[in-house]
Design a protein around this ligand. Structure first.
Ligand code: BG6
Length: 493
């Protein structure tokens, strides 16, 4: 367990405070921060949205959400008593500046004596307007922070409009762009494994690594978000942000420190080295597909177009597989295979660093020699495993070798029995003013340059997305993408 220090008092204002993300993730995370003693005494949580819910109405809504989304083992009535006293609600309409006076009245004295965090859990089109209205209401000072939820735009051009709007009011060091994958415990552990051990860095290059695979597989479909999702698709929803951020943490060089600027500088170099794909490369190195009706976990499920709110002519991709290439000294020639999809047979997220084969085998012909692999599992369980070869014990003739797994997972006696949720870590970091795990504007833009080329390529293509039955590992083309290079996807186990 790390050292517990309650944060200094802060006002946390959540725009979209009654929305899905706030109820499912943000408020449970704040409850858990309170339960574990990380919220300072006078920290307040203010839900804001345009619906006039009233204080009691909001409390009821939050309580119902916590009942549903906080693990029963973490429930404590006394904590709820305390947490509910921190909660208030104000009706604010992002488009109506005069309603911001309600928020100003609520913050009143606290505003000048403690930091304020504005968490914008709304559609990104509102980010600029909310920032301007906050400023006009006198609610922004040099220590006010703003948190932006993804997606930041749908392209480089639209992300610039959003970022420009927010930057008119907030300085870049007070803008916290969330990518919740960076808050996952194992993702941070990847930094520790890479940079707190002398072992890996010398072999972390194209001389020793054959390929890297990043898979984020989901069993869920679009979960009532068809409208949003259809406008987005898997490339914008997952690859442009979550998977590229994971790629950055695997591929980046050693930062000079763990400072936000130092870490971001290294990530940015990776994003800028990603090869922007020509039309021909898009055709060769990307596969997009949409799920048809099928069976997931023994249950029949409809196809994407037949989901609630679905439209029959949608061509939006729910699955993507990509071969990405990083053009720099360290990674030239090492493919990074990225894969994500909805309605796949299992939910898991994993990074596999596949090392090269030994240059020459001295073991008997037919030996079961497998190349080394570092497997970083983000979810559902968290683990880091190194696959190595060992001698098979025994007196048999000739030396028999066999693969064994070295488990680098945190032993129970060191680990806190409960791994904090990504949003707990990230919200606490915003309150503490630590932006290492947040995404700089330059990163968002570099990621869009790469993603835009793929989206353009798809737009110009006359070939429709592939189809895959729900409950399968995607279309055949995704297997061929990797098989063509003489490789295969790491099986989930
Ligand atoms: C979100 C996407 O950012 O991440 C969702 O919008 C996706 O479509 C979710 O389901 C996955 O997050 P996690 O933490 O459950 O892997």
């Amino acid at each position: 367990m790390d050292q517990l220090t309650a944060s200094s008092p802060c006002n946390v204002v959540i725009f979209g405070g009654n929305g899905d993300l706030a109820i499912r993730k943000l408020l449970p995370a704040l409850y858990n921060l309170d339960r574990t003693g990380y919220l300072g005494d006078n920290t307040r949580v203010i839900g804001a949205s345009r619906t006039d819910l009233g204080h009691d109405g909001y409390l009821d809504l939050v309580k119902q959400g916590l009942d549903q989304f906080v693990d029963r083992a973490q429930w404590d009535e006394a904590v709820w008593e305390r947490f509910s006293k921190r909660l208030t609600y104000v009706a604010v309409n992002a488009r109506e500046p005069e309603t911001f006076k309600n928020l100003a009245a609520e913050l009143d004295q606290d505003f000048s004596c403690q930091d304020t965090v504005y968490y914008l859990s709304t559609a990104p089109d509102f980010f600029g307007e909310i920032s301007r209205n906050l400023n006009e209401a006198g609610l922004v000072n040099s220590s006010s922070r703003v948190v932006l939820e993804k997606p930041i735009g749908k392209s480089l051009a639209s992300s610039k409009v959003i970022n420009d709007g927010v930057s008119e009011i907030f300085a870049e060091n007070n803008i916290y762009r969330i990518d919740h994958y960076l808050g996952k415990e194992t993702v941070q552990n990847l930094l520790a494994v890479r940079f707190a051990n002398a072992l890996f860095e010398p072999v972390w290059t194209n001389a020793h690594i054959d390929n890297v695979q990043i898979t984020v597989a989901e069993t869920v479909g679009v979960e009532g978000r068809w409208g949003y999702y259809d406008d987005s698709g898997a490339l914008r929803d997952m690859i442009q942000n979550h998977l590229l951020q994971l790629l950055c943490l695997v591929a980046m060089g050693v930062p000079v420190s763990l400072d936000a600027d130092a870490v971001r500088a290294e990530k940015l170099k990776v994003l800028k080295s990603l090869q922007t794909m020509s039309l021909d490369k898009v055709r060769r190195n990307t596969v997009r597909a949409q799920y048809a009706a099928g069976n997931v976990g023994g249950k029949a499920v409809p196809g994407y177009k037949e989901e609630e709110g679905g439209k029959p002519n949608s061509q939006t991709e729910t699955f993507v597989a990509i071969r990405a290439d990083i053009h720099n000294w360290r990674w030239r020639g090492v493919p990074f295979y990225l894969r994500t999809g909805k309605r796949l047979p299992a939910r898991y997220s994993e990074i596999v660093i596949q090392f090269k084969d030994v240059p020459h085998s001295i073991f008997p012909e037919g030996s079961n020699l497998a190349s080394n692999k570092l497997v970083i599992r983000l979810q559902p369980e968290e683990s880091i495993q190194l696959n190595m070869m060992n001698k098979l014990p025994g007196l048999g003739e000739g030396m028999q070798v066999t693969p064994v797994t070295l488990n680098l997972t945190m032993p129970d006696h060191i680990a806190d029995s409960r791994v904090p949720e990504a949003y707990e870590r990230l919200i606490l970091d915003v309150i503490r003013g630590n932006s290492t795990l947040f995404v700089h504007r330059d990163e968002v833009e570099a990621a869009w340059v790469w993603a835009d080329a793929i989206l353009d390529g798809w737009k110009q293509s006359t070939v429709a997305p592939h189809s895959y039955p729900a409950g399968s590992w995607g279309p055949q083309a995704a297997f061929e993408l990797v098989a063509r290079d003489g490789r295969s996807w790491q099986e989930s186990n």
